[in-house]
Design a protein around this ligand. Structure first.
Ligand SMILES: Cc1cc2nc3c(=O)[nH]c(=O)nc-3n(C[C@H](O)[C@H](O)[C@H](O)COP(=O)(O)OP(=O)(O)OC[C@H]3O[C@@H](n4cnc5c(N)ncnc54)[C@H](O)[C@@H]3O)c2cc1C
Length: 218
């Protein structure tokens, strides 16, 4: 059920120079990992969608937000003070894990660019027994947000502009070079260009549309 609740800022923690985690009071807000909410500041007209970064069982809500330049809300939220009031609507979306993925030990490949990793961290933290792999496309290695949260060997950084850490290249290059698991479910999240390119690549290699779920941020 969607609803609108009042919440307050618990903390704002910088992860990089331009990305931060906004932690909010949960106040009974229920969601399924992978879903997003709509955040607004009381009395202001604008509102933006943010995927939930924390798990279904955490007693707070976390959002991983990248400051966009020029951008209105992503920059404003960074400077909210502890205790500031916000409004949360939701949850929204169907970008959630299929019911039997854990029970059947189905391999799940999460492909993200930038903060598109947010719903995947929530799904992974909410399903500790999940058989997963994360492909994370970033420009610079500092954008490997909280990569130590993922089990050894399950997180693959793909850095398009920096050598010396992870794979040098885009997620599409990584998939082309390393092949795919035909039995996996594929979840893609981030910018629309990556999602279109990866969808084409997977379908060319025999992955069925039913095996692919997408969430476009912009
Ligand atoms: C379902 C959904 C979930 C989302 N979840 C997240 C999330 O978890 N974290 C997050 O940071 N953003 C997320 N976004 C994007 C978010 O809603 C805002 O668009 C973003 O914060 C920019 O808002 P703004 O007001 O600062 O800039 P605006 O003035 O609204 O937008 C300026 C431009 O910034 C670009 N842009 C938007 N988002 C990004 C981004 N993440 N990285 C680079 N460029 C971008 C777009 O081209 C846009 O036209 C999500 C969007 C959708 C639709």
């Amino acid at each position: 059920m969607n609803n609108k609740i009042q919440s307050k800022v618990l903390s704002v923690s910088n992860v990089t120079d331009s990305a931060y985690v906004l932690r909010l009071e949960r106040n009974g807000f229920e969601f399924k990992a992978g879903q997003y909410l709509v955040l607004s500041i009381p009395g202001e007209r604008k509102a933006r969608e943010y995927s939930i970064y924390s798990s279904e069982t955490d007693n707070y809500i976390e959002l991983l937000i990248k400051e966009v330049d020029p951008g209105e809300m992503s920059r404003q939220l960074k400077y909210l003070k502890v205790g500031a009031k916000v409004e949360i609507s939701g949850p929204f979306g169907y970008f959630i894990l299929s019911n039997d993925a854990v029970a059947n030990n189905t391999p799940v490949v999460f492909v993200a660019t930038g903060t598109g990793i947010s719903p995947f961290r929530s799904i992974i933290r909410s399903n500790p027994a999940l058989n997963y792999k994360v492909l994370h496309g970033v420009r610079y290695k500092t954008e490997a947000y909280h990569y130590t949260d993922y089990e050894e060997g399950r997180y693959q950084l793909c850095s398009s502009r920096e050598n010396g850490i992870g794979y040098k290249g885009r997620v599409t290059d990584f998939i082309s070079d390393n092949g795919i698991n035909k039995n996996a479910l594929y979840y893609l999240c981030g910018n629309s260009a990556m999602i279109n390119d990866v969808t084409d690549l997977l379908e060319e290699r025999g992955i069925l549309p039913d095996q692919i779920k997408t969430e476009v941020f912009f």
